[in-house]
Design a protein around this ligand. Structure first.
Ligand SMILES: Cc1cc2nc3c(=O)[nH]c(=O)nc-3n(C[C@H](O)[C@H](O)[C@H](O)COP(=O)(O)OP(=O)(O)OC[C@H]3O[C@@H](n4cnc5c(N)ncnc54)[C@H](O)[C@@H]3O)c2cc1C
Length: 356
């Protein structure tokens, strides 16, 4: 099913007798129970006001179309949407709705936040087939429950997004990346903590074992030059930082793990715990992002990483890639109970019950 309008989508959901599997560009590729409901027919940029830093797009709009429109005006989505197709061996074309439904976030998350932090408003159809608008199309306060934050990251469990309003930002004039070579994982996490704790507005802090520890600053030329110099001085205790071409697209897309076989795992952890966890997990290869708060790891197919690590602060999600299907981290009981109540409220008939 591929509705072309919101009205058609409402009718499909009202008339649905069983579960529906919501699909944007399908890059996530997880098989979900139910008849496939594609959002690609509800597409197009509906409003773009560069001066107001806002863009409104129908949910099925290809992400590339949004990015091209922004680039033409010297603007961008600040949250750096990862493209995991290569590392997961998936095809498809990401849609703007899919990006919001996944609450996408790349390396810049350490400074600006995730997609959710840039969502001004949403329009979606719930499990009853009702069209709901929440938030606004401009950057001002809106009263009532903040469903925008709830829908961002909901992965199709609460309803089908049909439109999203986003705050966009100007592209910075320039950027600089410092690289510290040869650090151990523990030294790298300490260096990244020192950089992120400095007043120099670091917008990326990643460690690629064997390749180096990378730190990024962005902004106006004079400011970037000054901050990169100060940052190098802050990091002197970890070695001499060299300025290099930033490998940020490769870090965002986890390119270092593309040719490594096995299942792809993503762990959200306390940065200071990260090196110890990596030492215990027996991974084929890892990438540290977000100052060590995010670990990407390739593990032998079928490995139960959660069982191997036991209790730790954070969570581990298997994204598949080898033999495995994407498997979200289990939620703690109170969160699961809250999520179940929300799902029952938005989708009393269980139309989106297959979504995970
Ligand atoms: C397994 C996997 C997990 C990923 N997880 C993340 C992540 O956690 N963070 C990140 O930054 N990037 C993630 N990405 C990368 C990237 O952000 C997403 O793949 C991509 O943006 C999704 O867009 P899509 O249109 O292809 O969505 P799809 O792959 O079609 O769908 C992704 C999810 O969103 C739901 N969805 C799609 N469109 C809508 C809609 N209009 N309304 C409601 N629900 C909808 C689907 O049901 C599905 O659960 C992931 C990629 C993969 C392959």
């Amino acid at each position: 099913m591929r509705p072309e309008t919101e009205t058609e989508l409402c009718e499909i959901i009202r008339g649905a007798a069983g579960p529906l599997a919501v699909r944007g560009g399908g890059t996530r590729g997880r098989a979900v129970a139910g008849a496939v409901l594609e959002t690609g027919g509800i597409s197009g940029i509906r409003l773009y006001e560069p001066g107001a830093l806002t863009l409104v797009a129908a949910a099925g709009t290809p992400l590339a179309e949004v990015e091209a429109a922004l680039a033409a005006e010297g603007q961008r989505l600040a949250f750096e949407v990862p493209d995991l197709r290569a590392v997961l061996g998936r095809a498809g074309v990401s849609t703007q709705g899919g990006v919001v439904a996944e609450n996408a976030a790349g390396p810049r998350r350490v400074q600006v936040g995730a997609c959710r932090d840039f969502c001004l408003g949403v329009q979606f159809v719930d499990g009853r087939g009702d069209l709901i608008r929440n938030g606004g199309r401009v950057m001002k306060n809106v009263t009532g429950y903040d469903l925008v934050k709830l829908l961002a990251g909901s992965r199709g469990q609460l309803g089908v997004l049909t439109e999203v309003a986003l705050k966009v930002l100007p592209r910075p004039e320039t950027e600089a990346t410092l690289c510290l070579p040869g650090l151990s994982d523990a030294q790298a996490v300490a260096a990244m903590a020192a950089a992120l704790g400095s007043p120099y507005d670091v917008t990326g802090a990643a460690h690629l074992p064997g390749q180096g520890t990378f730190l990024r600053v962005e902004g106006f030329e004079g400011s970037v030059c000054y901050r990169a110099g100060q940052l190098a001085a802050v990091l002197r205790g970890f070695g001499v930082a060299e300025e290099v071409a930033g490998p940020w697209a490769a870090i965002r897309d986890v390119a270092a793990l593309v040719d490594v076989p096995g299942d792809l795992w993503r762990l959200s952890v306390r940065p200071s715990d990260a090196p110890g966890l990596v030492a215990r997990m027996g991974a084929e290869a890892v990438v540290y992002d977000w100052g060590g708060g995010l670990i990407w790891a390739r593990l032998a197919p079928g490995c139960d990483l959660r069982a191997r690590l036991g209790d730790f602060v954070g969570h581990a999600t298997c994204l598949g890639g080898g033999d495995a299907q994407a498997e979200p981290a289990p939620e703690p009981a109170p969160v699961a109970a809250l999520a179940a109540r929300l799902r029952a409220g938005f989708d009393p008939r269980g139309i989106f019950a297959g979504a995970v």
